[in-house]
Design a protein around this ligand. Structure first.
Ligand SMILES: [Zn+2]
Ligand SMILES: [Zn+2]
Length: 318
């Protein structure tokens, strides 16, 4: 199984702040000169030596994740239609991809998880098929409401693809396109469901958006199996615990809570995201440094590995 993260920001897609470009340019110029490079001919070599996040940042698109069968990339699922989903159709067009059927799971209908759907071009192409899946029965009404004047110029009835809606049941496993998928309830103000995706003995758990209020087996009850023996947990860590006094009830988690799940449920890798729209790349780097201190202090090294994810990052489960 391979997971590609096309959008990792939360709440609102954003452009980098103008001053971020200046900071990044300044950092790169200093690093170039400190590395001993002098000529313009060295620029490409130098840029290849720079970490992805230092060069590109963490990204600005909102949640959209694609899960591939590593042996056959045309077999895949998409979770959430944030602004990152646009890159999926762009990449498919660029690569002359033969895929004509898509399976899209929607966790919930907050804007940041559906805003990219009108820009997912397979909707407009005859001969294509799009299957939507959600626990919430209102999924069809919401999607129809997006493709509707005056909020979008093309009406739902004018879409050329064949579109089908499927309602899932919480805790009920379904086989979709060769993946076993089970929805579980997350801790969010409006109903929001995480998806546990299993294939070839590998498990991916998609857990955005969630305040992660329930972190023990007892508290989670029927939702506890969501986190058990997960290979890769992708989870909402928009805030740190000290922010929660004034962000309580907003429906977003913290790295401390994500780490607690990791220790309770024997999770192998935890990747965190759903970055605040106001967070600059430098803010996220500082946040990551704080998480590292916490991880070391709590001696979690033997338990799991973790990181903050960046847009377009791919992780292969072997
Ligand atoms: Zn969100
Ligand atoms: Zn939300």
């Amino acid at each position: 199984m391979k997971i590609k993260f096309w959008g990792v920001r939360g709440s609102l897609p954003g452009n980098a702040h103008p001053y971020e470009a200046k900071d990044r340019f300044s950092f790169l110029m200093k690093a170039f000169l400190n590395s001993g490079y002098k000529s313009a001919d060295d620029i490409e070599v130098f840029l290849k030596s720079i970490k992805h996040t230092q060069l590109h940042g963490f990204g600005t698109a909102t949640t959209s994740v694609q899960i591939f069968n590593q042996k056959n990339p045309l077999q895949n699922l998409i979770i959430d239609g944030g602004s990152g989903i646009r890159y999926i159709s762009e990449a498919a067009a660029l690569n002359h991809c033969a895929q004509k059927e898509y399976h899209i799971f929607i966790s919930h209908f907050h804007f940041d998880h559906i805003v990219g759907l009108p820009f997912f071009t397979p909707h407009f192409i005859p001969g294509y098929k799009i299957n939507y899946y959600a626990v919430q029965p209102e999924c069809e009404d919401v999607i129809r409401g997006i493709f509707k004047k005056p909020v979008f110029p093309v009406g739902y009835e004018d879409l050329k693809a064949h579109i089908q809606f499927n309602t899932l049941k919480p805790h009920e496993k379904v086989n979709i396109n060769g993946f076993m998928v089970t929805p579980y309830k997350l801790d969010h103000p409006d109903p929001c469901f995480g998806f546990r995706v299993e294939k070839d003995h590998h498990v991916y758990a998609h857990a955005v958006d969630s305040e992660i209020n329930r972190r023990t087996e007892d508290a989670l009850g029927l939702d506890a199996p969501f986190y058990k023996n997960v290979d890769l947990l992708y989870i909402d860590a928009q805030y740190a615990e000290e922010d929660m006094t004034h962000k309580k009830g907003w429906g977003h988690g913290t790295f401390e809570r994500a780490f607690e799940l990791g220790t309770h449920f024997n999770i192998k890798q935890i990747y965190m995201a759903h970055y605040d729209p106001n967070a600059t790349d430098q803010d996220i780097q500082k946040f990551k440094a704080r998480a590292e201190v916490y991880y070391q202090e709590k001696r979690l090294k033997e338990k799991f590995i973790w990181d903050f994810i960046y847009e377009t990052q791919e992780i292969v489960l072997r």
